[in-house]
Design a protein around this ligand. Structure first.
Ligand code: SF4
Length: 197
């Protein structure tokens, strides 16, 4: 079966740039799965090039948004993602990334600054209100993951990047309220999304 570099859900086109990730979230859609929504998202032949992705996007105005989100953390391919963003914007499309917020830790210092003007939306998975809860739920594979994610969010705000936090609804009302308070403290919105079974 051919590797999936891009896949469409609803009116959006999703880009599966990498399978690398700095977390091992307990709720991740890839846990024990070969496919998502029928698309095989494990990249058995390696990560796609910018040219391969662009060839599949074609005219980005056909889609509501071009979203960087697959079986991995897109900021591992920061430069490729930014190049694809330029292609999409030059042709009148819109871009978003769903990220765990570790970009400045895994890709490059100043990652949030680099997203300005490239991503129309940045969805940062907050998922927990404390480091202890975050570590238990997201099982990070790098040092300083929780603090790094919060610093990335602060940097997005500082650089005027349109960013918001998201949490999955399975964490419970009390924890959602604590995440809402943390998001308010950082100064970016919080969105609660249903857990994908
Ligand atoms: S950060 Fe995203 S891709 Fe990585 S393990 Fe968590 S849910 Fe999965």
């Amino acid at each position: 079966m051919k590797d999936t570099y891009t896949y469409q859900i609803g009116n959006n086109l999703y880009i599966n740039l990498t399978n690398r990730c700095s977390n091992r979230c307990t709720f991740c859609v890839r846990n024990g799965k070969e496919t998502y929504e029928g698309y095989p998202l494990w990249l058995k032949g390696g990560e796609p090039t910018v040219e391969q992705v662009i060839a599949e996007i074609g005219d980005p105005k056909r889609f509501g948004e071009v979203v960087f989100c697959g079986f991995g953390e897109p900021t591992y391919r920061l430069d490729a993602m930014l190049e694809i963003c330029d292609y999409v914007h030059e042709r009148g499309g819109r871009t978003r990334v769903n990220t765990n917020g570790h970009g400045a830790l895994i890709a490059d210092m100043g990652a949030a600054e680099k997203l300005k003007g490239k991503l129309d939306g940045v969805n940062i998975s907050l998922n927990a209100s404390t480091k202890e809860r975050y570590d238990a739920l997201c099982r990070p594979q790098i040092e300083g993951a929780f603090e790094g994610m919060l610093a990335f969010a602060r940097d997005c705000k500082k650089w005027g990047v349109n960013a918001w936090f998201s949490v999955v609804d399975c964490i419970g009302e009390e924890e959602i309220a604590a995440c809402r308070a943390l998001a308010a403290f950082i100064g970016i919105p919080l969105r609660v999304r249903p857990m994908i079974e």
